[in-house]
Design a protein around this ligand. Structure first.
Ligand code: NDP
Ligand code: 8X3
Length: 257
């Protein structure tokens, strides 16, 4: 196992899915974890588990990434032993609804844009200056295949992930001349709470998304993220697109039932 001993890793959206899986993988490599999300109990349960099993050092942040002032306060008030963030994993994100654009819900749009684009920007804006000052760091943004191909009714969600892709590219350009690395990890279908959130808690509809296919697991994605951040310091993996063998595009899925 490659060691990330004493490296400080901030993971947003750590209370579920890909974020939780990242917490496990990075804890196993000896990193110190700052875990952020809105659901405090979930974060505490995860922290209890990781501190018991792997003796990980953990700092929790109850944070809504849409709230710029809260993001600024959370980052600027980190205790000195936690403030030098080495790796930022901008993972918090969601889809809401699957409707035609001209019938879509304004609330759903705003939640996706505020979380997936603006939240990611706020974290980046408040964390990256410290990385520049310390001359080290890595930002990993979780995009999606939805940022590469728009699918019917995906409109605004796909737009937010296309924006994440452009922002990752822009950040890489703006950090040229520094040793800071930028990576976009763009998965296809991963079985998490994603579809349940998309369908506003309709678990039956959510289950159907993964019916008859073998989707990616959150661990598969965490594994790729870990690979990206553990290359030699002169290597920048700009973008990784990964999907299950059962998927060929956002709309081409091999279902066995
Ligand atoms: P989950 O729903 O399982 O996890 C989403 C995480 O984001 C939760 O921890 C949630 O925490 C957090 N989150 C959502 N809104 C906010 C907010 N306003 N402030 C802080 N945290 C927030 O889904 P995934 O693990 O699948 O999603 C993780 C990322 O992966 C997302 O960016 C998603 O778009 C992307 N993705 C997912 C794919 C999939 O098929 N599952 C494929 C491609 C990309 P809490 O509610 O506690 O705040
Ligand atoms: C999640 C994957 O195809 O549902 O970003 O948009 S998809």
């Amino acid at each position: 196992m490659i060691s990330l001993q004493n490296q400080i890793v901030l993971i947003t959206g750590a209370s579920s899915g890909i974020g939780t899986a990242c917490a496990r993988v990075f804890a196993a490599a000896g990193a110190k974890l700052i875990l952020a999300a809105r659901r405090w109990e979930r974060l505490q349960q995860l922290a209890d588990l990781l501190s018991k099993d792997i003796h990980t050092e953990i700092h929790l942040l109850q944070l809504d990434v849409r709230d710029r002032a809260a993001v600024e306060a959370a980052i600027s008030s980190l205790p000195p032993s936690w403030s030098d963030i080495d790796i930022l994993i901008n993972n918090a994100g969601l889809s809401r609804g699957l409707d035609k654009l001209h019938e879509g819900s304004f609330e759903d749009w705003e939640e996706m844009i505020d979380t997936n684009i603006k939240g990611l920007l706020y974290l980046t804006r408040y964390v990256v200056p410290g990385m520049v000052k310390r001359d080290r760091g890595h930002v990993v943004n979780i995009g999606s295949i939805a940022g590469h191909q728009t699918y019917p009714n995906g409109n605004v969600y796909c737009g937010t992930k296309a924006a994440v892709r452009a922002i990752s590219e822009g950040l890489k350009q703006d950090l040229l001349g520094t040793p800071i690395r930028v990576t976009s990890v763009d998965p296809g279908m991963v079985e998490t709470e994603f579809s349940e959130v998309r369908f506003h808690g309709d678990t039956e509809r959510a289950k159907k998304v993964y019916q008859g296919v073998t989707p990616l697991t959150p661990d598969d994605v965490a594994d790729v993220i870990f690979f990206c951040v553990t290359r030699s310091p002169h290597v920048n993996i700009n973008e990784v697109v990964l999907m299950p063998v059962d998927q060929a595009s956002a709309t081409l899925v091999n279902r066995r039932t």
